[in-house]
Design a protein around this ligand. Structure first.
Ligand code: HEC
Ligand code: HEC
Length: 451
């Protein structure tokens, strides 16, 4: 009975159409951003080229495209529309293994164009190519491929929340140059009315992203039909001329353009978990949320244990009073030195959640050194270990139970002093003495007994 009910329930839920259903109903629903020109817009007078291209693709499938307008500010939320069956296709997404890995329930068509970058500068800056950006700073969208590209090269950069803001920085003279998506830059330059702006194309392969259409299910027939439609529209020049209408030029005989999805969506795989902006205001800091935020946003530079690497210095130990300094560093960033500003992307409370976690990751202990060892152990446990292992040592989502520890005392103490490489379990040898570690073992044992 239950099984039958389950099946019925699933049958009634909305589901994206198969190719056969598209052909019978002669209709296909496409999700697109209502306000993201030149990519897409709900304004029928200037719909954007993703909309135009999707109309052409739909016609190739024997259907008419209907649009459902969804904001792409959060890529994850936008793409949920596909898995929930609210639309059948979502154009303008990177066709890359990293991105596809993040969305295992989606499939991606072959690309209909390759998005590239340009350097926007004042004519007098005399920009001839990427190497001229060394004299920086260059304005970029925070955490976009351009941002990571310049970081990798060690060139000075200044991060902004959007392509538009990075462009405005060049316009106002705040930045000498900006590294932007080709179509967005062309669109903005055209509309700015500033005549002495130059656009220098960047050929670097790291800055070329193939863009295709996502769809929600492994319908082989739909995948083949989409690929065929795109191949035909590319070969007969229809896509090129559509992009051309929006001032997006061709490169290397390929259509060259771009799209702004939420920047974090373009990050390397580990970093792609979307920044959580949904936290209610006034919520209290939570080290466990802090850990997830740290992993999503900070770990790729600061390292899993906060010890840095390459150009990134280890996060300093922040005594408890250092919270304000930490939060300021995170929200304001140190842009010229490669630390992005997170204000606007993370809330104050979220920065404090990260602090609560980092404080445990890179500990300072505030115990009186002359206090009895038992007292030191108790304080260390409360100030450091409890953040990850829980108040009672019973374990949390981010660290195992210490009450359930099955090894010997020596193994426990060894783990505490030497840590576990490649995990958040840091070595504490330089933080407290082996005698204190032994007392912590006893303290945990006592916790087990009292529970
Ligand atoms: C793109 C690389 C990158 C990312 C991502 C990044 N940082 Fe940084 N961070 C840096 C660099 C480089 C510095 C050093 C800046 C300097 O020299 O002043 C730094 C410095 C800091 C500092 C000040 C250093 C200190 O100990 O006083 C704090 C705090 C910090 N980062 C926290 C964070 C947090 C929290 C996140 C995630 C929300 C984060 N960072 C994400 C690169 C990064
Ligand atoms: C930043 C989070 C964090 C903090 C702080 C932390 N731990 Fe851990 N700890 C971990 C994680 C994660 C593991 C699991 C490591 C692994 O996967 O092997 C772990 C493992 C351990 C283990 C081995 C458990 C087992 O079953 O193998 C012991 C013992 C331990 N921690 C003790 C401590 C003590 C004592 C402290 C305080 C001095 C402490 N930890 C602080 C995250 C933390």
């Amino acid at each position: 009975m239950l099984l039958v009910a389950g099946l019925v329930g699933r049958g009634e839920a909305r589901q994206a159409k198969t190719l056969a259903e598209i052909k019978t109903s002669k209709s296909i629903t496409v999700c697109a951003d209502p306000d993201n020109l030149p990519f897409s817009s709900r304004d029928p007078g200037a719909p954007g080229y993703d909309v135009d291209v999707m109309r052409l693709v739909a016609a190739e499938l024997g259907a008419e495209a209907e649009f459902k307008w969804v904001s792409t500010v959060s890529a994850r939320r936008a793409l949920a529309n596909l898995t929930e069956g609210e639309c059948d296709l979502f154009p303008g997404l990177p066709v890359s293994p990293g991105f596809a890995n993040e969305y295992p329930r989606l499939a991606f068509s072959r690309p209909y164009y390759t998005m590239r970058h340009v350097i926007v500068a004042r004519a007098e800056a005399g920009i001839g190519g990427v190497s001229d950006l060394r004299g920086g700073p260059t304005a970029v969208e925070a955490l976009s491929p351009a941002d990571l590209f310049l970081l990798g090269k060690g060139y000075p950069r200044r991060a902004y929340r959007t392509q538009e803001a990075a462009f405005a920085a060049v316009r106002s003279g705040e930045a000498r140059t900006a590294l932007l998506w080709v179509p967005k830059a062309g669109w903005l330059v055209q509309r700015s009315g500033v005549s002495d702006l130059t656009m220098t194309r960047v050929a670097d392969a790291d800055l070329a992203v193939d863009v295709g259409v996502a769809f929600p299910r492994m319908d082989q027939a739909l995948a083949a039909a989409l690929d065929q439609a795109i191949a035909k529209l590319r070969a007969n020049g229809t896509i090129a001329s559509t992009l051309g209408r929006y001032g997006v030029p061709l490169v290397d005989g390929r259509e060259s353009t771009a799209r702004t999805i939420l920047p974090v969506a373009w990050l390397p795989r580990r970093a792609q978990r979307v920044v959580q902006l949904a936290q209610a205001p006034g919520a209290t800091p939570d080290p466990i949320e802090g850990r997830f935020l740290f992993e999503s946003n900070c770990e790729q530079c600061h390292g899993i244990d906060g010890r840095g690497g390459g150009a990134v210095p280890p996060l300093r130990a922040y005594p408890l009073g250092g919270e304000e300094r930490f939060v300021r560093a995170v929200l304001e960033g140190r842009n010229a030195r490669g630390m992005p500003p997170w204000g606007g992307l993370l809330t104050d409370v979220q920065a404090r959640s990260i602090f609560a976690y980092v404080h445990a990751l890179v500990p300072v202990i505030e115990t009186a050194p002359n206090a009895p060892l038992e007292e030191q152990a108790r304080q260390v446990f409360g100030q450091i270990c409890a953040t990850c292992h829980g108040r009672e040592g019973g374990g949390t989502r981010i660290a195992p139970s210490l009450q359930a520890f099955k090894g010997t005392d020596e193994q426990f103490i060894g783990t505490v002093l030497d840590g576990r490489q490649g995990t958040a379990m840091a070595p504490y040898r330089s933080v407290f003495s082996p005698e204190v570690a032994r007392k912590i073992r006893e303290y945990v044992r006592a916790l087990v007994r009292t529970n």
